[in-house]
Design a protein. Structure first.
Length: 239
């Protein structure tokens, strides 16, 4: 599975254990291919966020191997959890936008490029803002944005570097339904623009139903064949 063309990330027998007893992710084998759109669903505490963090390179596996073909790989037997860093080519959108208050919208997006050593890239920042529909807000400060606008700026910041893998951890969790849909639309547009794989961890069945593929986490185990979006499967209704 690792090394195949068109694969953004692959996991082989990946587990993540905290302490001696808490197994957050257990024996996961999967691959996320470029151009796919995946909703990762499951009850709270099922391991969704931990799996996403592993795919992002934010945590090291306790067992198994994670590979971002052509970019990086991490193996449980030789990895130092303290040394894990997100690979180039992977971007993450979290529930909180976490924009820098003193920078305007354009500068917040541009910061992602400057941290990579790229200069004179204001046009790329503006293009990313245009893709998610907030280019007209470029000169505003974060305090002047609504929650949905700020989250779309966070999406622009995530895609400006041209990632192969775009991950989102409950990106609509703090938003109303209408605003949340706009953010998901922005994520889909961003993934199409870059050709990236898109995986969204969510409780929202509306999001799960609009994406092409649905994966289910149950007690740390991943079911990639899951397609039934019955409300009882998540243990809750629509937010």
């Amino acid at each position: 599975m690792p090394g195949q063309a068109g694969v953004a990330v692959s996991l082989v027998n990946v587990s993540r254990t905290y302490g001696r007893a808490v197994v957050a992710v257990h024996g996961v084998d999967c691959e996320v291919r470029l151009g796919t759109r995946i909703a990762l669903v499951g009850r709270s505490g099922s391991g969704k966020s931990t799996l996403l963090h592993l795919m992002a390179g934010l945590e090291a596996p306790t067992t198994g191997t994670i590979e971002w073909p052509g970019l990086a790989s991490v193996h449980a037997e030789d990895s130092d959890p303290e040394a894990v860093r997100r690979p180039v080519g992977v971007s993450v959108v979290f529930q909180a936008p976490s924009l820098v208050p003193a920078l305007n919208v354009r500068e917040n997006v541009l910061l992602a490029l400057l941290l990579k050593g790229e200069t004179d890239s204001s046009h790329r920042a503006m293009r990313a803002l245009d893709v998610v529909g907030v280019a007209e807000l470029a000169d505003r400060l974060p305090e002047e944005l609504s929650g949905g606008q700020a989250q779309r700026v966070a999406v622009a910041r995530a895609i400006v570097t041209g990632p192969r893998l775009l991950l989102a951890d409950e990106p609509t969790g703090r938003l109303d339904v209408t605003t949340g849909r706009a953010v998901v639309t922005a994520l889909e547009a961003a993934a199409r623009h870059t050709g990236a794989a898109l995986l969204i961890a969510t409780h929202d069945l509306g999001i799960a139903e609009r994406l092409g593929t649905r994966w289910m986490m149950r007690d740390g185990r991943l079911d990639t064949a899951y397609e039934d979006t019955a409300h009882k499967a998540l243990g809750r209704g629509r937010p």
